[in-house]
Design a protein around this ligand. Structure first.
Ligand code: HEM
Length: 489
């Protein structure tokens, strides 16, 4: 009898849990957001999103059909929200209720370290950003111009030497960006970085696990020309499933897995070791130089060390904290910048007339500068070209976030759910996976106009470029994201 009661209670319990689950499933707003049908339970819409023949083949169509806020299926039937609505994006990027998706978070910890600017959160993040900012103010960047010009000159000479030959510009652009970053951040030339570091940094940039690499991957499929073979996508269906499984594993499994004898784990371990050695070596040399009374305020690390030694502001970093930024500093800006330039060059090659006008503008500005640095802000065509390259080819085309608590996301315009309800806010539960669709946002016709899919620098010269909410730190673009974690560089 007792057993029958216990059995009955257990069955009633299971049925109640099931009923609550089904009720929640039914009432889940996310489930009722319209979106494309899922072709498979295993992959959901992920193959269409991540491996289309050309970037955006499905994504941009979905946006046209369902608007800037829709639902797709991830692997194993998971509901994901795809968001390109400017009001929602602005809200999410500035809200403390969202964090990196689990795969990005674990990859950041492994590759850049938990004490790097991308690995820390809340107050620590604010403090490290405030400290690093000395190297990224408008005045600091103006001081870097001779370094940028030297790198551009070297690259131009190399390209001129290979006139008439078919060459891959991507590794050269990558080398040029690494050399400028190394010089302005550490005061090191690429020669001083050493062969092993350089080789490993290129490899680490290309690791599929590298948070910036996955961004670049998703964007590279946009390139139709084979001239950028070096930055061709390395994603595959197996990797998409592996990422989905990895996202469900706790952090300790990731930390344990890094010791596996695979090529990827080996490359990550080496990248971290080399960055640590480099950071320590640079600080040691600067400490000695300062002790000899030399000025070390000539690059970012010198300034950070000087501020720490003299304790001039409350935002100083300890030597250990400065060293911990080396991996992110050397990786974050290299391929992001190089690939943006590569996409821009492809568009220039396609538009010889525009190329001629741009060249004329640059030559005239150089003549006006009379041997000094050209005034880049006074080159409207060049600035329009840069903005349009960033708009069309954001290196972070999509990026994932997770809600850390139940939260309500605002929308620009209301939408009608699959149950016929009109809603102007979307309630999402803690743990909800969200994809910030940056490339889609930057081609939103309601925001940028009917020609949003066209590469058209003139849009930046012909009056108002966009309608509605302004977002992002630069030119209303989200290529550098926004909010407290906006790109530092
Ligand atoms: C065209 C060039 C670049 C693009 C498109 C770009 C894009 C981005 C994006 C989208 C993020 C946000 C990542 C996320 O939170 O998911 C980011 C963060 C970051 N970027 Fe860049 N980046 C560029 C160049 C650089 C350069 C040159 C540097 C410095 C050397 C740099 C340093 C950083 C750092 C340190 C962060 C982390 C900021 C934080 O978490 O507070 N970036 N970048």
């Amino acid at each position: 009898m007792d057993h029958t009661i216990q059995y009955g209670t257990a069955v009633a319990g299971v049925i109640s849990i099931l009923a609550v689950y089904l009720a929640l499933r039914r009432s889940s707003t996310v489930r009722n957001i319209p979106g494309p049908a899922s072709p498979s339970w295993l992959f959901g819409n992920m193959l269409q999103l991540c491996l289309p023949p050309t970037y955006g083949d499905y994504e941009f169509d979905w946006q046209r059909i369902y608007g800037p806020f829709y639902r797709i299926k991830g692997c194993f039937g998971q509901d994901k929200l795809m968001i390109s609505d400017p009001v929602s994006l602005q809200y999410i990027l500035n809200s403390p209720h969202f964090k990196f998706g689990p795969t990005s978070e674990n990859a950041i910890h492994l590759l850049f370290g938990i004490d790097s600017i991308m690995g820390v959160n809340a107050e620590d993040h604010k403090r490290i950003r405030a400290a690093l900012n000395v190297g990224f103010t408008a005045a600091a960047v103006r001081d870097y111009i001779p370094v940028f010009e030297k790198a551009a000159q070297t690259l131009t000479e190399q390209l001129e030497e290979s006139l008439g030959e078919s060459i891959n510009v991507c590794p050269r652009l990558s080398l040029a960006t690494l050399s400028t970053i190394s010089e302005v951040a550490l005061g090191y030339s690429t020669k001083e970085l050493g062969e092993e570091f350089m080789k490993n940094n290129f490899q680490a940039c290309n690791l599929r696990l590298c948070p910036h690499k996955s961004l670049i991957d998703s964007c590279c499929r946009k390139i139709i020309s084979s001239s950028c073979a070096a930055i061709a996508s390395s994603q595959s269906a197996a990797q998409i499933v592996a990422d989905a499984i990895g996202a469900r594993l706790p952090g300790w499994v990731w930390r344990a897995a890094i010791h596996l004898p695979t090529a990827t784990c080996q490359a990550i371990r080496t990248a971290k070791r080399l960055a640590n050695e480099l950071g320590n070596q640079v600080l040691c040399e600067k400490r000695e130089a300062a002790e000899q009374g030399l000025d070390i305020n000539t690059d970012l690390y010198g300034q950070l060390l000087d501020l720490h030694r003299l304790n001039r502001t409350k935002n100083t970093l300890s030597e250990v904290e400065i060293v911990a930024q080396t991996a992110i500093m050397m990786l974050a800006g290299q391929d992001t910048t190089a690939n943006t330039l590569a996409f821009g060059l492809v568009e220039l090659a396609r538009a010889p007339e525009f190329q001629d006008r741009l060249r004329a503008e640059i030559h005239s500005a150089l003549r006006a500068s009379d041997g000094g640095s050209a005034l880049y802000d006074n080159m409207p065509l060049l600035n329009a070209f840069i903005k349009e390259s960033l708009r069309m080819f954001p290196t972070e085309a999509i990026t994932d976030r997770v809600a850390v608590k139940d939260v309500v996301i605002p929308l620009t315009d209301s939408l009608i759910t699959t149950t016929g309800e009109r809603i102007s806010h979307i309630p999402v539960s803690k743990g909800q996976n969200i994809t910030l669709a940056i490339a889609s946002y930057q081609r939103l016709e309601s925001h940028w106009g009917e020609d949003a899919q066209e590469f058209k620098p003139s849009r930046w010269l012909d009056g108002p470029t966009f309608k509605g909410e302004a977002v992002g730190p630069y030119a209303n673009l989200l290529s550098f994201l926004g909010g407290p974690r906006v790109c530092l560089g």
